[in-house]
Design a protein around this ligand. Structure first.
Ligand code: PAF
Length: 285
């Protein structure tokens, strides 16, 4: 039975009780418009935890003034049905007023990690993300929380927030889920025109090209960036906003590749801005 919970008090009361009963709580925070990427995280949570909670909350704090907060796809009935089918225990679905009843006097601010990549393009975005995730963790009190590797920078920042503020939660990164043609699943894919949808899998192809170069021993970021950019220019009409090589999870730009890195792409189509990435190399211990 999936229950929809709309108040913070009820959600906190339930999860406090489960904690006292010694039950493990898995949590998948979402903004709704659930797709296979979310469902993969939810399935993991259900497999490894006694109780699974998902949140559906389009968080106004993480949208800039010219971004798609109003247009962001909202489909709560479909989402609850999907949650029910898969066996989620609770859908936490608060209103904006419930989450932010007053003007916020205190928010979290992300430093250097938000000054690059998506953070540089979307000022304040990651401050909004960590502020809401911080609240959600206090409300849901999960033992494990699942975040997609598609938003690799978000995953690194949330992990850092958990370390910094000593949240008693394990952050589990979940691999990118792709369509059969390689396009990374995203709620924003619905904004693509038919022609753009045909071109979008080339983001993944370009990352495969980068990986092949790396596998053949290329360690100069500039060479990889040049090839990937040329490939994207030749195969899509989107505006290439980012092709970059950063260490992961430290997010320091790399001229010469060593250790674990991620290659990050952002391509702006007419209405959708797609991001994709690949994490390669050995993690530095
Ligand atoms: O990745 C998302 O959908 C959002 O950034 C999150 C983590 C649910 C916070 O609003």
């Amino acid at each position: 039975m999936t229950e929809v919970i709309t108040t913070i008090q009820e959600m906190q009361h339930l999860t406090s009780r489960f904690r006292l009963e010694g039950k493990s709580i898995g949590f998948v925070p979402t903004m709704g418009a659930l797709h296979e990427g979310h469902l993969t995280m939810i399935r993991q949570s259900i497999e490894y935890n006694d109780i699974t909670v998902i949140s559906v909350f389009v968080n106004p704090l993480q949208f800039g003034p010219n971004e798609d907060f109003d247009a962001y796809p909202r489909q709560i009935e479909t989402d609850v049905e999907a949650a029910r089918m898969i066996g989620v225990d609770y859908v936490f679905y608060p209103t904006v007023e419930e989450m932010y009843p007053h003007t916020l006097d205190i928010t979290l601010k992300v430093g250097r990690l938000a000054s690059v990549l998506e953070g540089a393009k979307r000022p304040g975005h990651f401050d909004g993300v960590v502020t809401v995730v911080n609240k959600l963790f206090n409300i849901v009190q999960p033992h494990v929380a699942y975040f997609g590797k598609k938003d690799a920078q978000q995953l690194a920042i949330v992990q850092k927030m958990v370390e910094t503020f000593n949240h008693p939660v394990v952050i589990q990164g979940v691999d990118i889920v792709r369509e059969s043609d390689g396009l990374a699943r995203s709620s924003r894919n619905v904004y693509l025109t038919e022609e753009e949808r045909q071109q979008a899998p080339h983001l993944y192809q370009s990352l495969q090209l980068a990986k092949a170069m790396y596998d053949h021993g290329e360690r100069q970021s500039a060479a990889i960036i040049e090839k990937v950019t040329a490939y994207l220019k030749a195969h899509t009409c989107g505006k290439i906003e980012e092709v970059a090589v950063y260490s992961y999870p430290e997010l320091v730009q790399q001229n010469t590749i060593s250790g674990q890195i991620f290659i990050s792409l952002a391509v702006k189509f007419s209405k959708a801005r797609l991001i994709d990435n690949i994490i390669i190399g050995d993690e530095v211990k």
